[in-house]
Write a protein that binds this ligand. Structure first.
Ligand SMILES: [Zn+2]
Length: 502
């Protein structure tokens, strides 16, 4: 008889410095989505965890029973209503599918709720109550997981992404399915050990397109996974823009029934991160200097100015203006900005119509933490419904949307092309320009509101990437956040924090 595996989950990364909660409605607009039943199986072939999960299920002749999967773009805490609604659908779907041989969960790992600092722990506990103690529950985890003890207690095995940008989501989903199938067949008996370090780190120091400190530990994790008895070795950078007790760098090692071995390797990976703790510091470039360098570049060069402190993928406002202000002051040419969220400005442009010239105050309105509103005058060149297909490598084949999108042309065709949107976005793909008639390889300056995911698609076309210093709630300067709920001491807030392996 075929192995019966049930699947579903809730995926969201929570920035607790974002005042606006993530509601059930937010799960259903822009790039977010709730898919149910067969709609989950339609994610086959996409650059998501389900791309890998479904392929691996087919390869193993698994009967994959879909429930509900809700995935929201990063933002504020998930509302009680959204969490309870999705959780109940998942739990009831599993109950209806019983008896099952295993559960493959689609989660992120850094979700916090309006009413609980941990989202994944309570979800897994609710599922465990339905399936009982003996049915394995396995999940892939995002590299930015803020690991909770409850997650570790209730799940059977975790395996995390090893790439940031997350270009390995399908293969991590597939690996989770392999581990689950091997467990069900009795080929392995997974046991886990984990370490939570007294260390928080900026997202930007976790990138794997260069030898960042986290990358060094992940390289060792890949070696450890080749050792006999090891099932999975994971290094989690954590998500630092969450003021909750679970926010840390952590490690998880899964072995075949050898707790001591798991502990040994989890400690070894933690030690690598701890020894490199001073290297998890990022030194962004002032706006003026970044723009001056780009404008002085060779003809034909492309400079990516990364607005790393207002990263749509980190749940920020998405309306930060510091770099736009700098471009206007420098009278910059050949610049394209993706993007500034400003619904009122979008309304005004649509009302004026294509070809009209408008003067607007844009951005800086959501929370006052991402710069002041900036006055611009420009021509409405394009009005777009907003959705388009991602080319990849990250998320290839999925549909992105920032709601209604306007391209405003400031200082003529070779001036500044500013995208104004209804929703904050996550410009990690060349189609964030191409879908709106802007060819990114033909612009001197590309401004991206992204901490790191942009690197997968933009590093290959960029002469240089400059991480720009600007205000925002995904700033790499962790000292700028008013943390109240972290476990202390924690490095770098407490420079004298110590850690030794158990
Ligand atoms: Zn992530």
């Amino acid at each position: 008889m075929a192995i019966r595996i049930v699947t579903g989950g809730i995926a969201q990364e929570t920035n607790t410095f974002q005042w606006e909660p993530t509601t059930l409605e937010d799960f259903q607009k822009g790039s977010s989505h709730i898919v149910r039943g067969e709609e989950i199986l339609a994610l086959e072939g996409t650059g998501t965890i389900y791309g890998g999960i479904i392929a691996e299920a087919k390869a193993n002749e698994v009967e994959l029973i879909p429930t509900t999967y809700g995935s929201a773009v990063p933002g504020g805490r998930v509302s009680r209503e959204a969490f309870e609604t999705l959780k109940n659908e998942i739990v009831e779907g599993i109950r209806a599918a019983m008896p099952v041989d295993g559960v493959l969960l689609g989660i992120h790992g850094a979700m916090a709720l309006e009413h609980n600092d941990d989202g994944e722990g309570p979800l897994i506990t609710a599922i465990r109550e339905v399936v009982g103690p003996d049915v394995p529950i396995v999940a892939p985890l995002d590299l930015h997981t803020n690991l909770s003890e409850e997650m570790m207690e209730e799940a059977t095995a975790f395996v995390g992404y090893k790439e940031y940008p997350h270009i390995d989501t399908p293969e991590t989903g597939a690996r989770a399915m392999q581990i689950l199938v091997s467990t069900i067949k009795g080929e392995i008996h997974p046991v886990m050990a984990h370490v939570k370090l007294p260390l928080i780190a900026p997202n930007q120091s976790m990138v794997t397109t260069w030898q960042s400190p986290l990358k060094k530990a992940i390289d060792r994790a890949r070696e450890i996974e080749k050792e006999p008895g090891v099932v999975a070795a994971t290094v989690l950078g954590g998500f630092p823009f969450a003021d909750i007790p679970y926010t840390t760098v952590s490690t998880i090692v899964v072995t075949d029934n050898d707790r001591e071995l798991a502990k040994k390797y989890a400690n070894e990976l933690a030690q690598i991160c701890w020894d490199l703790r001073e290297d998890f510091t990022i030194h962004p470039t002032p706006v003026k200097d970044a723009i001056a360098e780009a404008l002085a570049g060779e003809p034909g060069s492309v400079y990516v100015l990364a607005d790393i402190s207002d990263s749509g993928a980190s749940g920020t406002a998405g309306d930060g203006t510091a770099i736009l202000k700098g471009l206007l002051e420098a009278n910059a040419t050949s610049a394209a900005v993706a993007q500034i969220m400003d619904r009122a400005a979008v309304d005004a442009c649509i009302e004026a119509g294509v070809g009209s010239t408008v003067t607007l105050s844009v951005g800086g309105k959501h929370d006052g933490l991402h710069g002041e509103p900036v006055e611009v005058t420009g021509k409405v060149r394009l009005i777009h419904e907003g959705s388009f297909v991602i080319a990849g490598p990250m998320g290839a084949g999925t549909v992105a949307s920032r709601g209604r999108t306007v391209v405003l042309e400031i200082n003529g065709r070779n001036g500044i092309e500013l995208q104004l949107t209804d929703l904050r976005g996550h410009p990690s793909d060349l189609n964030f320009f191409r879908a709106f008639g802007i060819e990114p390889t033909q612009r001197r300056i590309l401004v991206l509101k992204s901490a790191a995911h942009f690197r997968a698609a933009f590093e290959p076309i960029a002469t240089k990437v400059i991480e720009v210093e600007a205000p925002g709630i995904s700033s790499p300067n962790l000292h700028s956040f008013d943390y109240k709920h972290l476990r202390r001491p924690v490095y770098p807030l407490d420079p004298d924090a110590t850690w030794t392996a158990e």
